[in-house]
Design a protein around this ligand. Structure first.
Ligand code: NAD
Length: 260
């Protein structure tokens, strides 16, 4: 379905981003993967994308807190693939703390990675998409783009911002063949969720099991984690022609969380 297309997926060395990169590659798209990790592991993943799916895969170590590196990443993809047709702004981090102790540098870092990086990447890719009259921009938001939870001030603020950015850019590009949407998962079992368990245990004075069952799965009426492959399948659908009239939306995949 995506054989003539090329994609950038930020934050794709792990979790949801990696699943989206693999799913787009499976559909025939070239992919630029990005994110941190062990160089040998990243190279293994890049090479296996090429070997398994017969596409071109490149890696950018761009730090999503650095606007010049984000512009460099987009330039790298344009040079290597000739175009960027699909942009998935997915990189994100979490930090859990009461507001009065929330470290200022964590606030700045989360706003930069979870929100501003999408602005910088969209800004750099839109001219090419407009010129080719086709594009797909998908932002990984969160149930926290619609509702809040205590102790996650920066994350919730950034994700609400992502939802607003999505709607704005969708309107700007509506007549240019470019759709812009966000996917808002509930809890997906990835390193990002696993890493916040100890801090949530401290902030709420709970055991690990209590955090999993009484905080995380408590939020999801289905009592199940979303899987990375389910999020990736929705991203692939948004790239299809069937989804060409879906733009400016915030698509929940949260086991019913935000229905409550
Ligand atoms: P993850 O920790 O598995 O992956 C995060 C990715 O972002 C990694 O590849 C990491 O290297 C990269 N990254 C982090 N800081 C970066 C930086 N400065 N520059 C470039 N890359 C950077 O997390 P995940 O759960 O797969 O999260 C992916 C996205 O999904 C995030 O935006 C997150 O907020 C969102 N999300 C996750 C969940 C969940 O429950 N896991 C739910 C809703 C939304």
């Amino acid at each position: 379905m995506l054989h003539s297309k090329s994609a950038i997926v930020t934050g794709s060395t792990s979790g949801i981003g990696l699943a989206i990169a693999r799913a787009l590659a499976q559909e025939g798209a070239n992919v630029l993967i990005n994110g941190f990790g062990e160089p040998q592991e990243i190279e293994k993943e890049r090479a296996s994308l090429e070997a398994e799916f017969g596409i071109k895969a490149i890696y950018s170590p761009a730090d999503m807190t650095k606007p010049d590196q984000i512009a460099g990443m987009v330039h790298q993809a344009q040079e290597m693939f000739g175009a960027v047709d699909i942009l998935v702004n997915n990189a994100g981090i979490q930090f859990v703390s009461p507001i009065e102790e929330f470290p200022v540098e964590k606030w700045d870092q989360i706003i930069a990675i979870n929100l501003s990086s999408a602005f910088h990447a969209i800004r750099a890719t839109v001219p090419g998409m407009k010129a080719r009259k086709w594009g797909r921009i998908i932002n990984t938001a969160s149930a926290h783009s619609l509702v809040a939870s205590p102790f996650k001030a920066a994350y919730v603020a950034a994700k609400h911002g992502t939802a607003g950015l999505t709607k704005t850019v969708a309107l700007e590009l509506a007549t240019h063949g470019v759709t812009v949407n966000c996917i808002s998962p509930g809890y997906v079992w990835t390193p990002l969720v696993e890493k916040q368990i100890p801090d949530t245990m401290n902030a709420r004075n709970m055991t690990r099991e209590q955090v999993i069952n009484d905080v995380l799965l408590e939020a999801q009426p289905t009592k199940q984690f979303v899987t990375v492959d389910q999020v990736a399948a929705l991203a692939v659908f948004l790239c299809s022609d069937a989804a060409s009239q879906i733009t400016g939306t915030n698509l929940s995949m949260d086991g019913g969380w935000t229905a409550e």
